[in-house]
Design a protein around this ligand. Structure first.
Ligand code: HEM
Length: 407
């Protein structure tokens, strides 16, 4: 395959089909140089083992706006100096990240996520009550996008009256496509930051039992407390990382199940395997147009597939790792909700930046899928053709723009 002639990110047509280049690269050139639309070159890592190593090794830095870095045209702006890849400020790289993560890990535990299950279930049921009255609805806008923002409002302990304003603010950083204005996006982030400052001031005066209150109050002998700046970054990060990702994957779950009726039937007959089904959905439906996680090497790094030279921009492909035949078998491209090894998926990343909200996202998806199927035994796609569903994609997400259903 003439990889040099192709531009990265490679073309993808659906959230489920991977570009043909990935399988070829895993087999033939697991550490490959690729050409970007800007004309610059970068490196691409495609094998599961190398992906996990690159995400753990500190020589792969997360700060990519450095001298010598490849110019990356994300559609927002033609250089890497943008919050798109580098949001999070001081908490995105060690030592700030290490300190922040040690502190917030105390609050974001699997047990905490489990403790939120009844609230997640209640939000789900309330949404389903509303939808039951309509008969026909858009599963994306009316359901998938509704659940995660309610959960984030819970995490932040927002009063009911404050929720519509906050949700509208949050919507401004979602559903953006590659052409949406960088200025508008930056403006929305600033507005959310301002909102977060006000919220933190309010919370300090009246701590509750929500996660934000816990974050404000928690202290560690070694790390002290989270500063105001760190708290504001955390609120922004929760929204950036936890809202649209969950919405899109919840929607993709139904899209995949509608496309594979045998899998849908099986999940209806065996609702107890919903946990495994969610792992498979996360493995199978890939986020984003394919830029992957961007890194910059501070030294030469040898991986099993070859060496990445110091001073390189590197894309670490979770999408490709999730289809690695050596881990998931020769049928890795197939959607199989009974797949025993699906929990090895890398959709939540790996290493020090492993998704802080993974346990919570799992709870949301499990409840969001299982309750919908239980409540509406006749749930079906109600558009002309599943292959013609309009798809939307951007740097981080790939999903049906609309998913009309009938119950
Ligand atoms: C299906 C839903 C989700 C997916 C697929 C997902 C995926 C990811 C991935 C791949 C990363 C690592 C990025 C990197 O290494 O640069 C990440 C980080 C993160 N996620 Fe999630 N996420 C999801 C839901 C959530 C939720 C619900 C929350 C919180 C409410 C959340 C909060 C975060 C945070 C704060 C980080 C940054 C962690 C760090 O840098 O240490 N995510 N997520």
């Amino acid at each position: 395959m003439d990889i040099e002639a192709r531009t990265y990110p490679f073309t993808r047509h659906t959230p489920f089909e991977m570009p043909e280049e990935f399988a070829w690269l895993r087999e033939n050139r697991p550490i490959a140089q690729v050409r970007l639309a800007t004309g610059d070159t970068a490196w691409l890592i495609t094998r599961y083992d190398d992906v996990r190593t690159a995400l753990t090794d500190p020589r792969f830095s997360r700060t990519i706006n450095r001298e010598g870095a490849a110019r990356v045209d994300t559609g927002f702006q033609a250089d890497a100096d943008s919050p798109v890849f580098n949001f999070g400020g001081s908490i995105s790289e060690p030592p700030g990240h290490t300190r922040w993560r040690r502190l917030v890990n105390q609050a974001f535990t699997a047990r905490h996520a489990e403790s939120m299950r009844p609230a997640v279930a209640a939000h789900t049921d309330a949404l389903l009550d509303g939808l039951a009255a309509t008969g026909r609805f858009d599963l994306m806008a009316d359901y998938a996008y509704q659940l995660p923002i309610r959960v984030i409002c819970d995490l932040l302990g927002l009063e009911q009256t404050a929720r519509p304003e906050f949700s509208a603010l949050a919507a401004r950083i979602t559903r953006r496509d590659l052409t949406s204005s960088f200025v508008e996006f930056g403006q929305a982030l600033q507005d959310i930051g301002r909102y977060a400052i006000g919220l933190i001031v309010r919370k300090r005066q009246n701590l509750g039992d929500d996660l934000l209150s816990t974050l404000i109050a928690l202290t560690d002998e070694e790390d002290g407390k989270l500063t105001n700046e760190e708290l504001v970054s955390t609120v922004i990060l929760l929204l950036m990382a936890g809202y649209e990702s969950t919405a899109v994957q919840l929607g993709n779950a139904f899209y995949a199940l509608f496309r594979e009726p045998a899998q849908m039937r099986r999940l209806r007959e065996e609702p107890e395997i919903v946990g495994r089904a969610v792992e498979e959905i996360l493995r199978y439906a890939q986020m984003g147009t394919g830029y992957a996680i961007a890194k910059f090497t501070t030294e030469d790094v040898e991986l099993s597939g070859g060496t990445v030279p110091a001073g390189s921009t590197v894309f670490v492909s979770l999408a490709s790792a999730n289809r690695d035949e050596k881990v998931f078998g020769e049928d890795a491209d197939r959607f199989d909700i009974g797949r025993g090894c699906a929990h090895r998926q890398t959709a939540f990343g790996y290493g020090p930046h492993y998704c802080l909200g993974a346990a919570l996202a799992r709870v949301e998806m499990q409840e969001g899928i299982a309750r919908m199927l239980a409540r509406f035994p006749g749930l079906r796609f109600d558009g002309p053709d599943l292959d013609d569903v309009p798809l939307a994609s951007n740097l981080f997400t790939f999903y049906p723009a609309e998913l009309p259903v009938r119950i």
